[in-house]
Design a protein around this ligand. Sequence first.
Ligand SMILES: NC(=O)c1ccc[n+]([C@@H]2O[C@H](COP(=O)([O-])OP(=O)(O)OC[C@H]3O[C@@H](n4cnc5c(N)ncnc54)[C@H](OP(=O)(O)O)[C@@H]3O)[C@@H](O)[C@H]2O)c1
Length: 333
Amino acid sequence: MDNTQKVKWGIIGAGNIAKKMADALEITPNCQLCAVASKTPSKARMFADENRIKNAYNYQEIVNNREIDIIYVATTHNFHFDNAKLALEHGKHVLIEKPFTVNAKEARELVRIAREMNLFLMEAMWVRFLPSMTMLKNKIQNYEIGEVKLFNISFGSFVTTEYEKRLKDPALAGGVTLDMGIYPISFVCYLLGELPIDIKSMTRFSDLGVDEISNYMFRFPSGCLTNICTSYNLKMRNEAIIYGSKGFIEFPQFMVGERLTIFKHEGTNNIQDTIEVHENNHSNGFIYQVEEVVHCIQEGKLESEIISLNETIGIMEVMDKMRNEWGFIYPFE
Ligand SMILES: NC(=O)c1ccc[n+]([C@@H]2O[C@H](COP(=O)([O-])OP(=O)(O)OC[C@H]3O[C@@H](n4cnc5c(N)ncnc54)[C@H](OP(=O)(O)O)[C@@H]3O)[C@@H](O)[C@H]2O)c1
């Protein structure tokens, strides 16, 4: 596909996040949202009408439509594998909401199919593409705080009504790790450019049997350590502090914040410089990941370098390992 052609999109799942994506596709150049699909025909029609989309389909109809290049999977986690597989098997490129799948076995199978079919596939880890995240990654890569040695991250809030069922229901693959914990896990892996080799964790289960408060401790090949606390049932500070040999970075409003404070020292306890930096993100932060997908498809790339498929599988393996240790298996697994 050349860069004058529009990438034609279809969405599977007419829920909360699909709306944000529909808005992003409307304002991102070279995109056209052609269809939405839902298991409930009236829901698909209403979503289509509200978002000026021509076609309202069921899942089979949307993948049969020859005009569509890429399917965005926006259903709850438990459906990601089946929906993405259906789309890939009908020759569509696929962008899947986080978490990519429920476990690494499903992830590996989707990657296998996509590679066999020569199709683009990506996890919609949208925060990686925000300008503020790129700025932070550049600061780390440029050794502004020297060698990175420790991350301390809190990420939690009381879940709001619209997300409650999805987060609490084991049948929908609920729980804080797959839904929220994945963000700080993905964040540290992205900034360090590596996957953890030692993984220790603890959790507290909800009455319905999903993980509600979880703590993860990782050690990376570089030697960097991380402490991550996450919950869907606590108001937390929502901040990351990244400690290096020559300073530390405070990143409030984890992960969408636009401001960082960098405290610099020379390997002593004396802070010699304090620098505030800022980078604006668009109010609909999904546009940056959409731009990346469009770029990859136009260039004929089958995966993004910002979030490779091997890394996505590796992160699913980390979450599998922790869930196994907790004896936390979903009813459908
Ligand atoms: N990137 C982000 O910032 C972000 C934010 C929120 C969510 N997400 C991710 O996006 C995905 C969808 O989240 P959401 O909040 O949009 O979910 P949602 O509105 O609760 O549901 C999305 C769709 O999933 C299907 N579904 C939901 N509950 C179901 C049930 N009980 N039985 C059968 N089907 C059900 C429905 O598909 P049909 O319309 O086909 O029936 C629904 O339209 C999740 O994987 C989530 O992790 C990402």
